[in-house]
Ligand binder design. Sequence first.
Ligand code: UFG
Length: 339
Amino acid sequence: MRVLVSGGAGYIGSHTVVQLVAAGHEVLVVDSFANAKPAVVGRLETLTGAAIPVHAFDLTDHEKTERLFAQEPIDAVVHFAGLKAVGESVQRPLDYYENNLESTFSLVRAMRRHGCGLLVFSSSATVYGDHAPVPYVEDYEPLSASSPYGRTKVMIEQVLRDVAHIDEGLRVALLRYFNPVGAHPSGTIGEDPQGVPNNLMPFVAQVAVGRRERLEVFGGDYPTADGTCERDYIHVEDLAAGHVAALSWIATHDRRVSTWNLGGGRGTSVLQLVAAFERASGRTIPYAIVGRRAGDLPAFWADPTLAREELGWQTTRTVEEMCADTWRWQRANPQGYPD
Ligand code: UFG
Protein backbone atom coordinates (compact mmCIF):
# COMPACT_ATOMS: atom_id res chain seq x y z
CA MET A 1 0.00 0.00 0.00
CA ARG A 2 0.94 3.65 -0.35
CA VAL A 3 1.00 4.87 3.26
CA LEU A 4 1.12 8.46 4.48
CA VAL A 5 2.86 8.69 7.87
CA SER A 6 2.05 11.92 9.69
CA GLY A 7 4.75 12.79 12.20
CA GLY A 8 6.98 10.34 10.35
CA ALA A 9 10.13 12.26 11.33
CA GLY A 10 9.35 11.90 15.03
CA TYR A 11 10.42 9.20 17.44
CA ILE A 12 7.76 6.52 16.99
CA GLY A 13 6.92 7.66 13.46
CA SER A 14 10.47 7.22 12.18
CA HIS A 15 10.76 3.68 13.56
CA THR A 16 7.41 2.80 12.02
CA VAL A 17 8.48 4.18 8.62
CA VAL A 18 11.38 1.70 8.58
CA GLN A 19 9.12 -1.26 9.33
CA LEU A 20 6.40 -0.19 6.88
CA VAL A 21 9.00 -0.09 4.09
CA ALA A 22 10.40 -3.46 5.21
CA ALA A 23 6.85 -4.88 5.02
CA GLY A 24 6.64 -3.79 1.38
CA HIS A 25 4.72 -0.54 1.70
CA GLU A 26 5.55 2.65 -0.14
CA VAL A 27 5.83 5.43 2.43
CA LEU A 28 5.47 9.17 2.28
CA VAL A 29 5.83 11.44 5.28
CA VAL A 30 4.15 14.64 6.36
CA ASP A 31 5.80 16.40 9.28
CA SER A 32 5.85 20.01 10.47
CA PHE A 33 9.30 19.51 12.06
CA ALA A 34 7.97 21.31 15.14
CA ASN A 35 9.49 18.53 17.25
CA ALA A 36 11.75 16.64 14.82
CA LYS A 37 14.93 17.32 12.90
CA PRO A 38 15.23 17.04 9.11
CA ALA A 39 18.43 14.99 9.58
CA VAL A 40 16.28 11.96 10.42
CA VAL A 41 15.11 11.71 6.80
CA GLY A 42 18.53 10.86 5.35
CA ARG A 43 18.97 8.22 8.03
CA LEU A 44 15.61 6.69 7.18
CA GLU A 45 16.60 6.53 3.52
CA THR A 46 19.90 4.86 4.42
CA LEU A 47 18.17 2.33 6.68
CA THR A 48 15.40 1.49 4.24
CA GLY A 49 17.23 1.90 0.93
CA ALA A 50 14.11 3.69 -0.29
CA ALA A 51 13.38 7.28 -1.21
CA ILE A 52 11.07 8.76 1.43
CA PRO A 53 9.23 11.81 0.05
CA VAL A 54 8.68 14.32 2.84
CA HIS A 55 6.03 17.04 2.88
CA ALA A 56 7.03 19.68 5.42
CA PHE A 57 3.86 21.33 6.65
CA ASP A 58 1.45 21.29 9.55
CA LEU A 59 -1.73 19.29 9.01
CA THR A 60 -3.74 22.06 10.65
CA ASP A 61 -3.28 23.78 7.26
CA HIS A 62 -6.41 22.49 5.52
CA GLU A 63 -5.42 23.74 2.08
CA LYS A 64 -2.03 22.07 2.08
CA THR A 65 -3.55 18.88 3.41
CA GLU A 66 -6.17 18.90 0.68
CA ARG A 67 -3.51 19.58 -1.98
CA LEU A 68 -1.40 16.66 -0.76
CA PHE A 69 -4.31 14.24 -1.10
CA ALA A 70 -5.22 15.73 -4.49
CA GLN A 71 -1.66 15.19 -5.76
CA GLU A 72 -0.73 11.85 -4.22
CA PRO A 73 -2.51 8.52 -4.29
CA ILE A 74 -2.76 7.47 -0.63
CA ASP A 75 -4.25 4.15 0.50
CA ALA A 76 -3.76 4.50 4.24
CA VAL A 77 -2.66 6.96 6.91
CA VAL A 78 -0.73 6.29 10.10
CA HIS A 79 -1.35 9.41 12.17
CA PHE A 80 1.35 10.19 14.73
CA ALA A 81 1.56 13.96 14.33
CA GLY A 82 0.66 15.88 17.46
CA LEU A 83 1.90 17.70 20.51
CA LYS A 84 2.69 15.27 23.31
CA ALA A 85 4.23 16.81 26.42
CA VAL A 86 1.93 16.31 29.41
CA GLY A 87 3.30 19.19 31.52
CA GLU A 88 3.42 21.64 28.62
CA SER A 89 -0.19 20.79 27.77
CA VAL A 90 -1.27 22.04 31.20
CA GLN A 91 0.44 25.37 30.48
CA ARG A 92 -0.72 25.65 26.85
CA PRO A 93 -4.11 23.92 26.68
CA LEU A 94 -5.41 25.88 23.69
CA ASP A 95 -2.34 25.00 21.64
CA TYR A 96 -2.82 21.32 22.44
CA TYR A 97 -6.54 21.20 21.72
CA GLU A 98 -6.18 23.30 18.59
CA ASN A 99 -3.20 21.45 17.13
CA ASN A 100 -4.12 17.87 17.95
CA LEU A 101 -7.81 18.15 17.09
CA GLU A 102 -7.55 20.47 14.10
CA SER A 103 -4.85 18.37 12.41
CA THR A 104 -7.04 15.29 12.81
CA PHE A 105 -10.12 17.07 11.40
CA SER A 106 -8.13 18.30 8.43
CA LEU A 107 -6.64 14.87 7.78
CA VAL A 108 -9.90 12.95 8.08
CA ARG A 109 -11.80 15.41 5.88
CA ALA A 110 -9.14 15.06 3.17
CA MET A 111 -9.17 11.27 3.51
CA ARG A 112 -12.96 11.20 3.07
CA ARG A 113 -12.87 13.53 0.06
CA HIS A 114 -10.27 11.37 -1.65
CA GLY A 115 -11.59 7.92 -0.77
CA CYS A 116 -8.78 7.00 1.61
CA GLY A 117 -10.38 4.66 4.15
CA LEU A 118 -7.64 3.24 6.39
CA LEU A 119 -6.46 5.13 9.46
CA VAL A 120 -4.17 4.02 12.27
CA PHE A 121 -4.17 6.50 15.16
CA SER A 122 -1.63 7.01 17.95
CA SER A 123 -3.61 6.91 21.15
CA SER A 124 -2.27 6.42 24.65
CA ALA A 125 -2.80 4.43 27.82
CA THR A 126 -3.50 7.80 29.41
CA VAL A 127 -7.13 7.46 28.14
CA TYR A 128 -7.80 4.87 30.87
CA GLY A 129 -7.77 7.72 33.39
CA ASP A 130 -7.20 7.41 37.11
CA HIS A 131 -9.68 4.69 38.05
CA ALA A 132 -9.37 1.83 35.57
CA PRO A 133 -8.38 -1.50 37.12
CA VAL A 134 -4.87 -2.73 36.26
CA PRO A 135 -4.13 -4.36 33.86
CA TYR A 136 -5.96 -2.07 31.46
CA VAL A 137 -8.42 -3.73 29.09
CA GLU A 138 -9.62 -2.10 25.85
CA ASP A 139 -13.35 -2.19 26.62
CA TYR A 140 -12.99 -0.17 29.84
CA GLU A 141 -15.23 2.89 30.09
CA PRO A 142 -15.58 5.75 30.72
CA LEU A 143 -12.39 7.06 29.19
CA SER A 144 -10.87 10.13 30.79
CA ALA A 145 -7.46 11.71 31.20
CA SER A 146 -5.83 14.02 33.68
CA SER A 147 -4.07 16.43 31.31
CA PRO A 148 -5.12 18.45 28.26
CA TYR A 149 -2.71 16.27 26.23
CA GLY A 150 -4.44 13.12 27.40
CA ARG A 151 -7.87 14.65 26.82
CA THR A 152 -6.96 15.33 23.18
CA LYS A 153 -6.43 11.56 22.84
CA VAL A 154 -9.79 10.79 24.49
CA MET A 155 -11.51 13.35 22.24
CA ILE A 156 -9.86 12.22 19.01
CA GLU A 157 -10.74 8.60 19.73
CA GLN A 158 -14.37 9.70 20.12
CA VAL A 159 -14.29 11.83 16.97
CA LEU A 160 -12.97 8.89 14.97
CA ARG A 161 -15.61 6.53 16.37
CA ASP A 162 -18.32 9.03 15.45
CA VAL A 163 -17.02 9.50 11.92
CA ALA A 164 -16.59 5.75 11.36
CA HIS A 165 -20.19 5.30 12.53
CA ILE A 166 -21.51 7.24 9.53
CA ASP A 167 -18.76 6.38 7.01
CA GLU A 168 -18.97 2.79 5.89
CA GLY A 169 -15.74 3.17 3.93
CA LEU A 170 -13.62 3.97 6.97
CA ARG A 171 -11.56 1.46 9.01
CA VAL A 172 -9.89 2.89 12.09
CA ALA A 173 -7.33 1.42 14.47
CA LEU A 174 -6.94 3.17 17.83
CA LEU A 175 -3.60 2.06 19.25
CA ARG A 176 -3.12 2.73 22.94
CA TYR A 177 0.57 2.90 23.65
CA PHE A 178 2.06 2.21 27.02
CA ASN A 179 5.60 3.61 27.61
CA PRO A 180 7.65 3.56 24.39
CA VAL A 181 11.43 3.44 24.85
CA GLY A 182 14.46 2.03 23.02
CA ALA A 183 15.79 2.72 19.55
CA HIS A 184 16.52 1.02 16.25
CA PRO A 185 19.30 -1.55 16.85
CA SER A 186 21.56 0.27 14.34
CA GLY A 187 21.78 3.22 16.75
CA THR A 188 21.13 5.61 13.84
CA ILE A 189 17.60 6.68 14.80
CA GLY A 190 16.18 7.16 18.27
CA GLU A 191 14.41 9.52 20.62
CA ASP A 192 15.72 13.09 20.51
CA PRO A 193 13.72 15.25 22.92
CA GLN A 194 14.16 18.99 22.66
CA GLY A 195 15.23 20.63 25.93
CA VAL A 196 14.99 18.82 29.24
CA PRO A 197 13.45 15.36 28.69
CA ASN A 198 10.06 14.89 30.36
CA ASN A 199 10.22 11.12 30.19
CA LEU A 200 12.29 8.73 32.22
CA MET A 201 14.30 6.79 29.64
CA PRO A 202 15.71 9.75 27.65
CA PHE A 203 16.57 11.46 30.92
CA VAL A 204 18.45 8.40 32.17
CA ALA A 205 20.27 8.12 28.82
CA GLN A 206 21.36 11.76 29.01
CA VAL A 207 22.69 11.23 32.52
CA ALA A 208 24.62 8.17 31.32
CA VAL A 209 26.20 10.09 28.45
CA GLY A 210 27.15 12.99 30.72
CA ARG A 211 24.69 15.62 29.47
CA ARG A 212 22.95 15.75 32.87
CA GLU A 213 24.34 15.32 36.34
CA ARG A 214 21.76 13.13 38.00
CA LEU A 215 18.28 11.75 37.72
CA GLU A 216 15.52 12.91 40.01
CA VAL A 217 13.26 9.98 40.86
CA PHE A 218 9.78 11.40 41.38
CA GLY A 219 8.48 9.70 44.52
CA GLY A 220 9.84 6.82 46.57
CA ASP A 221 6.79 6.17 48.72
CA TYR A 222 4.30 4.69 46.27
CA PRO A 223 2.53 1.44 47.21
CA THR A 224 4.81 -0.62 44.96
CA ALA A 225 7.54 -3.17 45.72
CA ASP A 226 10.37 -0.63 45.85
CA GLY A 227 8.27 2.52 46.36
CA THR A 228 8.80 3.92 42.84
CA CYS A 229 6.20 3.98 40.05
CA GLU A 230 5.78 1.00 37.76
CA ARG A 231 5.16 1.32 34.03
CA ASP A 232 4.79 -1.00 31.05
CA TYR A 233 7.84 -0.08 28.97
CA ILE A 234 7.63 -1.20 25.36
CA HIS A 235 10.49 -1.28 22.85
CA VAL A 236 9.77 1.16 20.02
CA GLU A 237 10.60 -1.63 17.54
CA ASP A 238 7.82 -3.79 19.02
CA LEU A 239 5.53 -0.77 18.94
CA ALA A 240 6.35 -0.08 15.28
CA ALA A 241 5.62 -3.73 14.45
CA GLY A 242 2.22 -3.30 16.13
CA HIS A 243 1.36 -0.54 13.65
CA VAL A 244 2.28 -2.68 10.66
CA ALA A 245 0.14 -5.52 12.05
CA ALA A 246 -2.79 -3.21 12.81
CA LEU A 247 -2.69 -1.69 9.34
CA SER A 248 -2.77 -5.04 7.62
CA TRP A 249 -5.60 -6.18 9.92
CA ILE A 250 -7.89 -3.23 9.22
CA ALA A 251 -7.16 -3.53 5.49
CA THR A 252 -8.53 -7.07 5.51
CA HIS A 253 -11.38 -6.97 8.07
CA ASP A 254 -14.74 -5.23 8.10
CA ARG A 255 -14.93 -3.92 11.66
CA ARG A 256 -15.02 -0.14 11.46
CA VAL A 257 -13.21 0.70 14.69
CA SER A 258 -10.64 -1.47 16.46
CA THR A 259 -8.90 -0.60 19.69
CA TRP A 260 -5.74 -2.37 20.75
CA ASN A 261 -3.40 -1.93 23.69
CA LEU A 262 0.23 -1.99 22.61
CA GLY A 263 2.11 -2.96 25.74
CA GLY A 264 3.99 -5.88 27.18
CA GLY A 265 1.72 -6.65 30.13
CA ARG A 266 4.33 -6.20 32.86
CA GLY A 267 5.31 -3.37 35.17
CA THR A 268 8.90 -2.22 35.69
CA SER A 269 9.74 0.27 38.43
CA VAL A 270 11.81 3.42 37.98
CA LEU A 271 14.62 1.92 40.05
CA GLN A 272 14.49 -1.37 38.10
CA LEU A 273 14.81 0.58 34.86
CA VAL A 274 17.75 2.56 36.22
CA ALA A 275 19.50 -0.65 37.31
CA ALA A 276 18.91 -2.25 33.90
CA PHE A 277 20.34 0.82 32.19
CA GLU A 278 23.43 0.71 34.40
CA ARG A 279 23.99 -2.93 33.40
CA ALA A 280 23.45 -2.19 29.71
CA SER A 281 25.70 0.87 29.61
CA GLY A 282 28.33 0.01 32.19
CA ARG A 283 27.81 3.55 33.55
CA THR A 284 26.61 4.60 36.97
CA ILE A 285 23.40 6.64 36.98
CA PRO A 286 23.50 8.99 39.98
CA TYR A 287 19.98 9.64 41.25
CA ALA A 288 18.10 11.22 44.12
CA ILE A 289 14.60 10.39 45.25
CA VAL A 290 12.56 13.60 45.37
CA GLY A 291 8.87 14.43 45.77
CA ARG A 292 6.12 12.94 43.63
CA ARG A 293 5.31 14.48 40.25
CA ALA A 294 1.72 15.76 40.05
CA GLY A 295 -0.57 13.46 38.10
CA ASP A 296 1.58 10.29 38.20
CA LEU A 297 -0.24 7.03 38.86
CA PRO A 298 1.53 4.46 41.06
CA ALA A 299 1.50 1.54 38.63
CA PHE A 300 -0.21 0.46 35.44
CA TRP A 301 0.32 -1.95 32.58
CA ALA A 302 -1.53 -3.39 29.63
CA ASP A 303 -3.60 -6.47 29.21
CA PRO A 304 -2.14 -7.29 25.78
CA THR A 305 -4.41 -10.28 25.11
CA LEU A 306 -6.57 -8.69 22.41
CA ALA A 307 -3.65 -7.61 20.22
CA ARG A 308 -2.11 -11.05 20.59
CA GLU A 309 -5.31 -12.87 19.66
CA GLU A 310 -6.44 -10.62 16.83
CA LEU A 311 -3.21 -9.27 15.38
CA GLY A 312 -0.90 -12.12 16.30
CA TRP A 313 1.30 -9.40 17.74
CA GLN A 314 3.14 -9.37 21.03
CA THR A 315 6.21 -7.72 22.45
CA THR A 316 9.43 -9.69 22.07
CA ARG A 317 12.12 -7.34 23.43
CA THR A 318 13.20 -7.27 27.06
CA VAL A 319 13.91 -4.29 29.30
CA GLU A 320 17.62 -5.16 28.87
CA GLU A 321 17.30 -4.77 25.09
CA MET A 322 15.34 -1.51 25.52
CA CYS A 323 18.23 -0.12 27.57
CA ALA A 324 21.00 -1.52 25.34
CA ASP A 325 19.40 -0.07 22.19
CA THR A 326 18.70 3.30 23.85
CA TRP A 327 22.31 3.40 24.97
CA ARG A 328 23.69 2.54 21.50
CA TRP A 329 21.69 5.44 20.02
CA GLN A 330 22.60 7.89 22.83
CA ARG A 331 26.31 7.03 22.82
CA ALA A 332 26.55 7.42 19.03
CA ASN A 333 24.45 10.62 19.08
CA PRO A 334 25.15 12.31 22.42
CA GLN A 335 23.49 15.55 21.29
CA GLY A 336 20.75 13.81 19.28
CA TYR A 337 20.37 14.56 15.58
CA PRO A 338 22.50 17.36 14.14
CA ASP A 339 20.65 20.62 13.37
N1 UFG B 1 10.22 9.79 36.21
C1 UFG B 1 11.19 10.13 37.11
N2 UFG B 1 12.10 11.08 36.78
C2 UFG B 1 12.08 11.70 35.56
C3 UFG B 1 11.09 11.33 34.61
C4 UFG B 1 10.17 10.38 35.00
O1 UFG B 1 11.23 9.60 38.22
O2 UFG B 1 12.94 12.57 35.31
C5 UFG B 1 9.25 8.75 36.57
C6 UFG B 1 7.82 9.25 36.57
O3 UFG B 1 7.50 9.86 37.78
C7 UFG B 1 7.08 7.96 36.30
C8 UFG B 1 8.02 7.13 35.44
O4 UFG B 1 9.32 7.72 35.63
O5 UFG B 1 6.89 7.29 37.51
C9 UFG B 1 7.70 7.17 33.97
O6 UFG B 1 7.56 8.53 33.59
P1 UFG B 1 7.48 8.98 32.08
O7 UFG B 1 7.33 10.46 32.05
O8 UFG B 1 8.59 8.37 31.31
O9 UFG B 1 6.16 8.26 31.59
P2 UFG B 1 4.64 8.48 32.07
O10 UFG B 1 4.15 7.13 32.40
O11 UFG B 1 4.49 9.54 33.05
O12 UFG B 1 4.05 9.09 30.72
C10 UFG B 1 3.42 8.27 29.84
C11 UFG B 1 3.46 8.84 28.42
C12 UFG B 1 2.51 9.98 28.25
C13 UFG B 1 1.18 9.69 28.89
C14 UFG B 1 1.37 9.33 30.33
C15 UFG B 1 0.06 9.09 31.03
O13 UFG B 1 4.77 9.27 28.07
O14 UFG B 1 2.32 10.18 26.87
O15 UFG B 1 2.14 8.14 30.35
O16 UFG B 1 0.26 8.57 32.30
F1 UFG B 1 0.33 10.75 28.83
